[in-house]
Design a binder for this molecule. Structure first.
Ligand SMILES: NC(=O)c1ccc[n+]([C@@H]2O[C@H](COP(=O)([O-])OP(=O)(O)OC[C@H]3O[C@@H](n4cnc5c(N)ncnc54)[C@H](O)[C@@H]3O)[C@@H](O)[C@H]2O)c1
Length: 252
């Protein structure tokens, strides 16, 4: 049994109602962390909350791409649990699956706001709070291997937004260093979720994932394992890192 040292630690997870967010919340609850789940999807949050017993979970409906939404979830966390020890910037959208030449700039702005601006705002507001508490803390930003290679799915705006998340994560690791705040970035490959098109969730042999060293889609719980490691006390020398979890997709 690995002890991540996360018991009674206060951790915010954005995009908590989604496939990966739910898995991260459940894994944190299993470690006895105090968890704030943030999402724009109130029904999804309620469904998640209904499956968690005890009073370790606080669902907050907020739009993480806005300053008001970010202030809202930070204030609600401090009001309920008194402090913030961790943040997982996980909310995201893939955007329209259209080739670059057909991408509407308004859609690009929306993808950048939800995927990248949210990471900037979350880091700024949470790091200010961590510094006010006397320092210490850990942040994990969920980017994508899409940042490193053109999207298979033709979601042509998405990779740029995730490349921005990696750069913002690196920047925050530098800014957080003097205050003992570690910041890391996780880049999943294909993970079984609604973000994956139906054809790519079909029999493994018919999908692009068949060519990977680990020839299948990843599971949300596998991403959660890496996130918990990076948030916890086993990773005290790990910051400014970009950690792929992709079944070897980038070397295939
Ligand atoms: N599924 C994959 O294969 C995969 C691969 C690489 C990276 N990722 C990344 O992992 C993260 C989680 O993805 P997922 O697969 O769980 O997707 P998902 O669609 O199941 O979850 C995303 C969640 O973000 C929420 N959200 C969207 N816009 C929001 C906003 N403005 N404010 C608050 N919440 C908002 C959605 O309601 C949803 O619950 C995303 O950042 C995604 O880009 C996923």
């Amino acid at each position: 049994m690995i002890d991540y040292g996360l018991a009674r630690k206060v951790v915010i997870v954005t995009g908590a109602a989604g496939a990966i967010g739910c898995a991260i919340v459940r894994a944190l609850i299993a470690e006895a962390a105090l968890v704030v789940g943030v999402d724009i999807d109130a029904a999804g949050l309620a469904a998640l909350a209904a499956n968690i017993t005890g009073d370790n979970f606080l669902p907050i409906e907020a739009d993480v791409s806005t300053v008001a939404g970010t202030e809202n979830y930070v204030a609600a966390t401090v009001e309920r649990f008194g402090r913030i020890d961790g943040l997982v910037n996980n909310a995201g959208i893939i955007g329209p699956r259209v080739p670059l030449l057909d991408l509407d700039p308004a859609d690009f702005d929306r993808i950048m706001a939800i995927n990248a601006r949210s990471a900037l705002l979350g880091q700024q507001h949470v790091m200010r709070r961590m510094i006010a508490q006397g320092g210490g803390g850990a942040i994990v930003n969920i980017a994508s291997i899409g940042a490193m290679k053109p999207a298979r799915s033709k979601a042509s705006g998405y990779p740029a937004s995730k490349a921005a998340v990696i750069a913002l994560s690196d920047q925050a690791a530098v800014a957080g260093g003097p205050y003992g705040i570690r910041v890391n970035c996780v880049c999943p490959g294909g993970i079984d979720s609604d973000m994956i098109t139906t054809e790519n969730r079909g029999p493994a042999a018919n999908t692009p994932y068949a060519k990977q060293p680990v020839p299948r889609l990843g599971r949300p719980a596998e991403v959660a394992d890496m996130v918990l490691f990076l948030l916890g006390d086993r990773a005290t020398y790990v910051t400014g890192g970009v950690h792929n979890i992709d079944g070897g997709a980038l070397v295939a």
